[in-house]
Design a protein around this ligand. Structure first.
Ligand code: G4P
Length: 540
């Protein structure tokens, strides 16, 4: 190994790039802040919190603007802890921005999924898990809010396994909950951490018990000691030992219990995470797999952020480094455009500050100033022609027709909506040879954002007319004749995405199912990247 490769290898092993995800309100923001405090990443609690859009403020544009501003700063949070470099990729808490979250998940190597112990698995938890499953992303589950009454832990374990469709293995176990919450038993280290509300846990709170029968447990835990012994017996009987391999393959999720608000169980989570979570791994492209250790740089864009100042058209593109070393000022190949680009002031996100970087390694995220060259999903390389897979568009859920209300400003409207869809705020579908524009999103809030930004950034004016579609599927067929026939026959329900791929719109899930059954030669896909996901609908 030469010095250069050795350095690259060390940098790769040092890095853990992940996202914390949850149904809104389960505690993602609180947990993120507590983890950052461990790394000394932020000095004041609340810095991440400001990034949230509260539900009550859904049409408060200032709030949206503020969120956009802060979310650039907190898009990636980097800190060092015990010799490791941790990159947390932030995901919007609001469910209306779920597609942004889904795409951010394409840029991480693992996730921590937060579940509220009283609510269990919620709608968004399941959707996020489905996205993780598409890429076999390793998942650690943190069951939060143990200081409140919740579902019995055994029941929660069954629910996690069933609804998330993944095998689970507890690594810590709660001793009572709610008002009586006493702490957690670490099944791996075989010790008990005692809970004290509002206090960061300290070594003195740790009870080492070589033997679960120890009298110390009865003294400290009272009657709960008996219950703990029974629980542990049951767990060891029911669950297999934790397997690193199965976790890495995304088929087994270790489970931790705690209370993010009280900073309880968070250190166990972080330390186990550092031990088991994968460092940057190989990634699939359309021609081959790319290993992070490869000497030549490659990476892809997973997020675009518009400049907050409408007088400046430049945007910030977030690049995930996948192999080799990214270097400032060096020309890199923009594969889609077939041209070279050079970045003079790329920056990273250490300690919440943007600072210019000279070099970045696999697992890192770099912010690039862009004047319109970059799109979500674009690949940059050191010359080789390939495109990273797995950065698809996801099927939107709400559809509205875009109506121009100021014909003198059509050009601005066209440009604005095209750029906003490149940023991933919405998806644009064109029907009737360009005469009809359909905008698809996952949440209503996005239409407010689009309207506002088209007006203030592009000087265009529009309104949205609701459409009664419930689902859009990309369609393909191995038989071009059959596809042509289908497109003609269903003309009123077909539109084209920005890459000219045909999309079929269905009014209801039931109708979609009928159309799928009636057209066995046509393939329907829920994401724009067909290899990964083929539409499967729940049984009737
Ligand atoms: P999110 O990002 O997943 O949406 O959740 P967030 O961390 O904002 O937490 C949602 C609410 O749950 C917050 O209360 C937060 O304080 C609370 N919470 C988080 N972890 C725990 C925990 O371990 N125990 C308890 N009891 N509560 C927890 P809020 O009232 O909505 O916000 P705030 O007014 O406290 O800021």
């Amino acid at each position: 190994m030469n010095l250069h490769t050795e350095k690259l290898q060390t940098e790769i092993e040092k890095r853990k790039t992940f996202a914390i995800i949850s149904h809104p309100d389960a505690g993602k923001t609180t947990l993120t802040e507590k983890l950052l405090l461990f790394g000394g990443g932020i000095r004041t609690a609340g810095a991440v919190k400001n990034n949230k859009i509260k539900r009550s403020a859904t049409s408060d544009f200032m709030q949206i603007e503020k969120q956009r501003g802060i979310s650039v700063a907190t898009s990636v949070m980097t800190f060092e802890y015990k010799g490791k470099l941790i990159n947390i990729l932030d995901t919007p808490g609001h469910k209306d921005f779920a597609e942004d979250t889904y795409r951010t998940l394409t840029a991480v190597d693992s996730v921590i999924l937060v579940v509220d112990c009283a609510k269990g698995v919620e709608e968004q938890t399941e959707k996020l898990m489905n996205v993780c499953r598409m890429r076999n992303t390793p998942v650690i589950i943190f069951v939060n809010k143990l200081d409140r009454e919740g579902k019995p832990p055994m029941e929660l374990m069954d629910e996690l396994e069933e609804k998330l469709d993944i095998r689970v293995r507890p690594l810590t176990w709660p001793i009572d909950m709610g008002m009586n919450f006493k702490g957690v038993y670490n099944l791996h280290e075989k010790n008990v951490y005692l809970f004290q509300s509002g206090k960061t846990q300290v070594e003195a709170d740790r009870l080492l018990v070589d033997d679960l029968q120890s009298k110390v447990l009865d003294e400290k835990l009272g009657s709960s000691a008996k219950q703990l012994r029974e629980d542990v017996d049951l767990i060891e009987g029911v669950y297999d030992q934790f397997s690193q391999e199965e976790y890495s393959q995304g088929t087994l999720a270790p489970v931790f219990f705690g209370s993010a608000l009280n900073n309880f169980g968070v250190r166990e989570l972080l330390e186990t995470f550092l031990e088991i979570a994968p460092s940057p791994v190989k990634r699939e492209t359309d021609t081959r797999f790319v290993e992070p250790q490869e000497e030549k740089f490659s990476g892809f864009i997973f997020k675009i952020h518009a400049n907050l100042d409408p007088r400046h058209r430049d945007r910030i593109a977030f690049l995930r480094v996948c192999s080799g070393t990214f270097m400032k000022d060096r020309p890199f190949r923009h594969v889609r455009l077939g041209k070279n680009l050079r970045f003079t002031s790329p920056y990273n996100f250490m300690a919440q500050r943007k600072s210019v970087v000279d070099e970045a390694y696999p697992g890192d995220v770099v912010g690039l100033y862009d004047r319109g060259d970059l799109k979500i999903g674009d690949t940059l390389t050191e010359g080789e022609e390939f495109t990273f897979r797995g950065v698809p568009h996801f099927s939107p859920e709400i559809f509205k027709e875009l109506i121009n209300t100021d014909p003198m400003r059509s050009k601005q409207l066209d440009k604005g909506i095209a750029q906003l869809s490149e940023e991933g705020i919405a998806q644009l579908f064109i029907q009737d040879k360009g005469r009809r524009k359909i905008v698809g999103t996952v949440g209503d809030l996005q239409f407010d954002v689009i309207n506002y930004r088209l007006e203030y950034e592009y000087g265009a004016s529009c309104r949205f007319e609701p459409l009664s579609f419930a689902q859009a599927c990309w369609i393909t067929s191995e038989d071009p004749k059959k596809l042509k026939e289908f497109l003609r026959f269903k003309e009123s329900k077909i539109a084209y995405d920005l890459e000219q791929k045909p999309v079929y719109f269905a009014e209801t899930q039931w109708m979609l199912r009928t159309v799928i059954e009636d057209n066995p030669d046509i393939e329907f896909h829920f994401t724009s990247e067909f290899k990964t996901e083929r539409a499967t609908l729940p049984a009737r």
